[in-house]
Design a protein around this ligand. Structure first.
Ligand code: 13P
Length: 256
């Protein structure tokens, strides 16, 4: 299975020049470390910028077209087009060259009233145009992980077929670990990941559950990243704040 290193830029940076510079640093860094073994290592680096910077990243990736670096968006709407002022559809993202879309991030649940039901509609809609969703789940401080995550999985994945599941990535991001410099330790995160696998086995089957990459996200940096991949053997990382520092993001890629 591939190892995914995904950078979620969130609502940053605020100018095109800064976005270009950040992307340039990442692109050059990857080229430098890209050796003959890169492909064998099977690492996929995904950059998820705000919608407005997607076209410039799309132009750069498509023009240079080197493997191992692709891009995605941080959200999408559930309809493909129509009278929905302000929304961005999965079809638009697909036509721009996006491969992935983050769906159900806790910040969208918190600030934009996203529910398991809207998350489910967005997942179904992304699958329709073959965008690969990065489906975020995780509990808030004081909540029982198993109760919250099980519900997010059952309701979020309602009606999603086995064939579609093969294009899904799940990210376990405990809300209390996001942007706090207080990451969930690899052994604890691994317990949540095993719980997600168990729930997927119950909802689908064991073989399928084993095929779905499950990533960790929350206060990752260039020092702690490798512990999740090399020791805890996770399938990848969803990096927030550290992905805004090109040099540090490259260090994370190198470390794993
Ligand atoms: P931080 O890495 O800033 O904690 O954010 C994690 C996250 O929310 C990625 O989606």
């Amino acid at each position: 299975m591939k190892t995914f290193i995904i950078g979620n830029w969130k609502c940053n940076p605020t100018t095109q020049a800064q976005a270009e510079q950040l992307f340039d640093t990442v692109e050059k860094g990857i080229k430098r470390i890209k050796s003959a073994s890169w492909r064998n290592k099977n690492i996929e680096v995904v950059i998820c910028p705000p919608f407005v910077w997607l076209p410039l990243i799309s132009a750069s990736v498509c023009a240079k077209g080197f493997g191992g670096l692709v891009f995605g968006s941080q959200d999408c709407f559930w309809e493909q087009s129509g009278t929905y002022t302000g929304e961005i559809s999965p079809t638009m993202l697909k036509n721009l060259g996006c491969s992935y879309v983050i769906i159900g991030h806790s910040e969208r649940r918190k600030y934009f009233n996203e529910t398991n039901e809207t998350v489910n509609k967005k997942l179904l809609s992304a699958f329709k145009v073959r965008l690969k969703p990065i489906f975020c789940v995780g509990e808030q401080e004081g909540e029982e992980m198993s109760l919250v995550v099980k519900n997010q999985l059952i309701e979020g994945l309602s009606g999603i077929k086995r064939t579609q599941m093969r294009n899904l990535i799940i990210a376990y991001e405990p809300v209390w670990a996001i942007g706090t410099e207080n990451p969930c330790q690899p052994n604890e995160a691994m317990k949540a990941i095993l719980f997600i696998k168990k729930t997927l086995s119950e909802l689908y089957n064991r073989e399928l559950a084993e095929e779905i990459p499950i990533l960790y996200g929350g206060s990752l940096n260039s020092k702690n990243a490798k512990d999740y991949i090399k020791e805890a053997k996770m399938n990848g990382l969803l990096v927030g704040g550290t992905s805004l520092d090109g040099g540090e993001f490259i260090k994370i890629i190198k470390s794993v």
